[in-house]
Design a protein. Structure first.
Length: 62
């Protein structure tokens, strides 16, 4: 374990993974009518502004 990763950080990361997998399972098991509603809720909840990723913006083409 890296010194920069405190136990709480590791726990939070594991919790997010568990929560994400649970949501994926709910979407996969839901009927088509409910699946659309769950996916819409997921898009609102995990919008790009809430994303944890730090992605580079695409290079500007002049």
């Amino acid at each position: 374990m890296s010194a920069s990763h405190h136990p709480t950080d590791i726990h939070l990361r594991q919790h997010r993974t568990k929560k994400r997998n649970k949501l994926r399972a709910r979407i996969a098991a839901a009927p088509a009518t409910e699946r659309a509603a769950l996916e819409a809720k997921l898009q609102r909840t995990y919008s790009p502004s809430h994303s944890m990723k730090k992605e580079k913006p695409p290079p500007a083409v002049a």
